[in-house]
Design a protein around this ligand. Structure first.
Ligand SMILES: Cc1cc2nc3c(=O)[nH]c(=O)nc-3n(C[C@H](O)[C@H](O)[C@H](O)COP(=O)(O)O)c2cc1C
Length: 246
């Protein structure tokens, strides 16, 4: 079984969301072949909207950049995990580029009212249907309320409702190593268990989803921790600019 992790955070391995993603795959057996791609390290150009992948070069993109290598890795993978920090209620730009560049995995839409996005996501020569997709996202807001609605709606439309697995986490800034509280460590253990369940059964149990959807700390504690976090970051910025002046 091959697992491909696509990290959409511009922070690379220092991403909050990658703490969740690494915990999730830690629940898989050691024998799994896991590859990680940090999109920020890749040369990725936006889709030009030329529809060549539906016309001149069916199933192939005419843009010659690192996406060509990523297409191959997507096709080789059994499980694709997208690690997506929430930016303005949606996916960050590199993940958006990757998503748009996946138009070549869809069939040409020829106007049938019965076709949904999901039903055209099926090229015979390179089908994604048998692959399993996991979306792992963190956001900075205190709770899950409404914040992930747009992102999950987007994946519901693209993949078809229920055709992907999601791990969504509020209070993302707490995942940074410096902020490790007992609750964060416990939360990451639950994410690892979710990974184990997903490996065993192909889904995450209702009970685990309930736990993961519960914010790591209470709103009051979050406010205290997050204020301290920003204060410390401000102090760090001031110290480093003073050092530069000297
Ligand atoms: C440009 C930008 C936009 C953001 N937009 C949102 C948002 O709409 N809602 C939210 O709750 N958090 C938002 N955040 C906070 C991030 O979702 C949060 O810090 C997340 O944990 C970052 O993950 P990463 O470290 O993996 O990149 C935003 C952060 C940035 C930098």
């Amino acid at each position: 079984m091959k697992v491909l992790i696509l990290n959409g955070s511009p922070k690379g391995e220092a991403s909050n969301t990658m703490w969740l993603t690494n915990a999730f795959v830690a629940g898989f057996p050691d024998t799994m072949d896991i590859e990680k791609i940090h999109l920020r390290e890749k040369e990725l150009h936006p889709c030009m909207g030329c529809f060549s992948c539906w016309t001149k070069t069916p199933g192939h993109c005419v843009i010659q950049d690192d996406m060509q290598e990523i297409y191959r890795k997507i096709l080789e993978a059994d499980i694709i995990i997208e690690s997506i920090p929430l930016y303005f209620a949606g996916m960050p730009s590199r993940m958006r580029i990757l998503t748009e560049r996946c138009l070549l995995f869809t069939k040409r839409y020829e106007g049938s009212p019965e076709d949904t996005f999901h039903s055209i996501l099926e090229m015979e020569e390179h089908s994604l249907r048998k692959k399993r997709l996991v979306i792992i996202s963190s956001c900075g807001y205190v709770s899950m309320d409404t914040m992930f609605e747009a992102l999950t709606k987007e994946f519901d439309l693209i993949c078809g409702n229920g055709n992907y697995t999601k791990v969504l986490c509020a209070q993302g800034e707490l995942l940074q190593a410096g902020n490790r509280t007992r609750q964060v460590i416990h939360y990451l253990e639950e994410v690892k268990k979710a990974g184990g369940e997903f490996y065993e059964t192909g889904s995450i149990s209702e009970e685990r989803i309930r736990i993961l959807n519960t914010p790591m700390v209470s709103p009051r504690t979050f406010e205290v921790l997050i204020k301290r976090y920003w204060r410390e970051r401000m102090e760090l910025t001031e110290t480093s600019s003073e050092n530069k002046k000297e």
